[in-house]
Design a protein around this ligand. Structure first.
Ligand SMILES: [Zn+2]
Ligand SMILES: [Zn+2]
Ligand SMILES: [Zn+2]
Ligand SMILES: [Zn+2]
Ligand SMILES: [Zn+2]
Length: 195
C-alpha cells in the first residue's frame, strides 16, 4: 500500500544529510540556526562550539618543551618521536635527558666499563648485553657470581672490585654530565692498568 512517509527523505541544503521529508522543515530550521560546517574537517558542529572545535581539533600546538609551533596533524609525531627536547632515558644509566643530548651522552655513557663478576674483567656497558648473552646466558641464570672460585682469587677480585666500585659510585653520583663520565672511565681504566 502506501510507502511509510518515514522512508521518503529529502536532503537538507545546510548539512547535506538525508532527512525524512516529514521532519525536513523542522530539521532545517534547527540545523541552519545552530550548526555550521567546519571549513577544515567538514563536520557539522554547533555554532557556539566552533572556537572550541577549532582549538581542540585543528589549531597548531605550541610545544611547551621546545617552544616550536607544531601543525596539529604532526603533533603526536612531534611529541612522541620528533621533539628534540622530549625526555628519553639513557639505556645505560637510565638517567632521563632531552633527546637532543642523548646520542652524545650515550656515546660516553656506553663507553664506561662495568666489572663482570663471572669473567673477572671489565666490560663496556654498550657491550654488556651482548656479553651476557654470549657468555652468561644459561637457562635459569641468577646473575649471581659463582661460589666455587678459589678463595685467594676471589679475595683479590673482591678487593679490587670494592675499590673500583666505591670510586665509581662516587663518580656515578656526578656522572650525569658527559664530562664526569669521561673522568670516571679514565679512573677505572687507570685502576685496571695498575694491576
Ligand atoms: Zn541539516
Ligand atoms: Zn573541524
Ligand atoms: Zn617540541
Ligand atoms: Zn647514561
Ligand atoms: Zn662476563
Amino acid at each position: 500500500m502506501a510507502i511509510s512517509s518515514e522512508l521518503i527523505t529529502a536532503t537538507c541544503s545546510h548539512c547535506e544529510r538525508d532527512i525524512p521529508t516529514l521532519n525536513i522543515d523542522l530539521h532545517y530550521a534547527h540545523c541552519s540556526r545552530n550548526l555550521q560546517k567546519c571549513a577544515i574537517c567538514g563536520d557539522m558542529i554547533p555554532k557556539k562550539h566552533a572556537d572550541e572545535h577549532y582549538n581542540e581539533i585543528h589549531a597548531p600546538v605550541d610545544c611547551s618543551l621546545c617552544s616550536e609551533r607544531i601543525e596539529r596533524e604532526l603533533w603526536s609525531l612531534h611529541k612522541g618521536e620528533r621533539c628534540p627536547q622530549r625526555i628519553i632515558t639513557c639505556e645505560y644509566c637510565e638517567f632521563p635527558l632531552p633527546a637532543v643530548d642523548l646520542i652524545k651522552h650515550q656515546e660516553v655513557c656506553g663507553n664506561r666499563t662495568e666489572y663482570c663478576d663471572l669473567c673477572q674483567k671489565y666490560v663496556r656497558l654498550r657491550e654488556r648485553i651482548n656479553h651476557d648473552i654470549q657468555f652468561h646466558s644459561s637457562p635459569g641464570d641468577t646473575a649471581e657470581p659463582p661460589r666455587d672460585i678459589a678463595p685467594p682469587v676471589r679475595e683479590r677480585a673482591n678487593r679490587r672490585r670494592a675499590r673500583a666500585t666505591s670510586r665509581s659510585r662516587v663518580l656515578l653520583t656526578i656522572a650525569i654530565t658527559g664530562a664526569a663520565v669521561v673522568i670516571g672511565s679514565f679512573f677505572l681504566q687507570r685502576v685496571e692498568d695498575k694491576q
